[in-house]
Design a protein around this ligand. Structure first.
Ligand SMILES: [Zn+2]
Length: 163
């Protein structure tokens, strides 16, 4: 039976309530969260990094919401779209080489969303232009890469659920 992925019109921004990151001190699974509204457009909200393994914490607050959608990190602003959290630029915990590229997700819900998309054999033709699926790189949408991408996603699921 063919699966159908109904566009859910989820924007990448909607997954930014929690980032699983690799702690810059001990490399363990740790988190970046918002103490308040998680939209990158809301200013004056503390973003907090917490590592439960080594106890490292870090706070940052942006009083202006200057956002870059480049996949490269720019210091001092909010960066959306690369394999790091938006505020500190710590590397995402859920990232893995795949098809010569890097597959990444902010958190488990984001990973599930990608999985549902890639698993579906039938897709709507015109995804909402700001949605996650419309912004996915072509290599992730390609049918010939589907098995490799799903394998990488399942490895990340295992990694996310360890410890
Ligand atoms: Zn740590």
């Amino acid at each position: 039976m063919k699966k159908n992925f109904k566009n859910k019109h989820r924007m990448l921004e909607s997954f930014g309530y929690e980032f699983l990151v690799a702690c810059p001190n001990c490399n363990s699974k740790s988190k970046v969260i918002s103490l308040g509204e998680h939209s990158p457009h809301s200013t004056g909200i503390t973003k907090r990094f917490v590592c439960l393994n080594c106890g490292m914490t870090n706070d940052i607050r942006f009083n202006q919401s200057i956002i870059s959608y480049s996949s490269k990190w720019n210091e001092g602003i909010i960066n959306i779209g690369g394999s790091f959290d938006w505020y500190f630029g710590y590397p995402l915990y859920l990232q893995i080489p795949c098809c010569g590229q890097t597959l990444w997700a902010y958190n488990l819900e984001h990973l599930e969303y990608l999985k549902n998309y890639v698993q579906a054999e039938l897709r709507e033709d015109h995804p909402y232009y700001l949605s996650v699926e419309s912004r996915l790189p072509l290599w992730m949408k390609s049918a010939k890469n589907r098995d490799a991408v799903l394998k990488a996603i399942s490895k990340l699921e295992k990694k996310a659920n360890e410890n």
